[in-house]
Design a protein around this ligand. Structure first.
Ligand SMILES: C[S@@+](CC[C@H](N)C(=O)[O-])C[C@H]1O[C@@H](n2cnc3c(N)ncnc32)[C@H](O)[C@@H]1O
Length: 261
């Protein structure tokens, strides 16, 4: 079990799909389409298949290999898509996968994943990838920027504490957190990949109230765990933010990265 529940993944999916950079998405689709009918793409940390949905309908022409260590999320992906597409489901811890999983892939993908991993994991993965012909498309890497339309005096401190929590170990060693996209880009360039990066922020408004509620509450819980701020300050900040959900919006920064040999 990974601790990511399908309700949270569903809640964020619409914002994720809107946030993806459209030019990069088009380049990804063109690249895989050029490889021909049945080209294989591998989605690491696939969850319930959000990347597949983000790249559909074009994705229906490709073969997919969804890799995740959470059997419940993979079962949900299978429930949603087993009839519709050529998808293989692989339950594995990413630390244990061999290069064979993506040796015949046109493209390896990961969405909302690489901010959870460590630099050493990423370096190993990219070294493995560089032994293949596969490119990499890593979308929605959190960059540490959270802003709201109406400022609260505690915002900066809360976000700083949240970002320090984002760097904690999520199962791969110390997480890259907000550094994921620049570190990924530089590791890829070191291995000879040509890299393009594009911003893919969530732009939240009152129509995203449910997502904002969960995000803000999750942020408060994470900040509490850091013990960098007092419980009362965090509770006040959280209550003030939740009261404004129906009238205010915000910005959460992410980056998409596309790299080819
Ligand atoms: C933030 S979710 C993103 C899911 C999906 N890519 C999406 O965009 O909705 C991170 C995913 O990585 C998976 N994951 C986390 N640690 C993992 C590990 N060590 N091995 C395999 N999958 C892992 C989780 O189960 C979860 O599905």
């Amino acid at each position: 079990m990974s601790g990511f529940d399908k309700h949270w993944l569903d809640l964020r999916e619409a914002a994720d799909h809107t946030a993806r950079d459209g030019d990069l998405r088009k380049r990804v689709v063109d690249h895989v389409t050029r490889a021909g009918e049945g080209a294989l793409v591998v989605d690491l940390g696939a969850g319930t298949g959000s990347t597949f949905r983000a790249l559909s309908p074009e994705a229906l022409h490709w073969r997919w290999r969804l890799v995740d260590n959470d059997p419940k999320l993979l079962a949900e992906a299978r429930n949603r898509h087993d009839d519709a597409a050529r998808i293989e489901y692989i339950e594995a811890h990413l630390d244990d996968i061999s290069a064979e999983v993506f040796s015949d892939a046109t493209l390896v993908m990961a969405s909302a994943l690489f901010d959870l991993v460590s630099e050493s994991f990423l370096a190993r993965l990219i070294a493995q990838l560089s032994q293949t012909e596969a490119g990499l498309y890593a979308a929605l890497n959190y960059d540490g920027v959270c802003r709201w339309d109406d400022v609260h005096p505690m915002d900066e401190e809360v976000v700083a504490a949240f970002n320090s929590h984002q760097r904690r170990d999520k199962g791969f060693g110390p997480s890259l957190g907000p550094s994921a996209a620049p570190v990924l880009s530089s590791l890829l360039e070191d291995q000879g990949f040509q890299v393009t990066m594009a911003a893919s922020p969530w732009r939240l408004d009152p129509t995203h109230a449910a997502l904002q509620r969960q995000f803000i509450s999750g942020m408060a819980t994470a900040v509490m765990e850091t013990e960098l701020l007092g419980k009362e300050e965090i509770d006040d900040w959280c209550a003030a933010r939740l009261v404004r959900l129906e009238s205010s919006g915000g910005y959460v920064g992410h980056w998409d990265v596309f790299a080819l040999r």
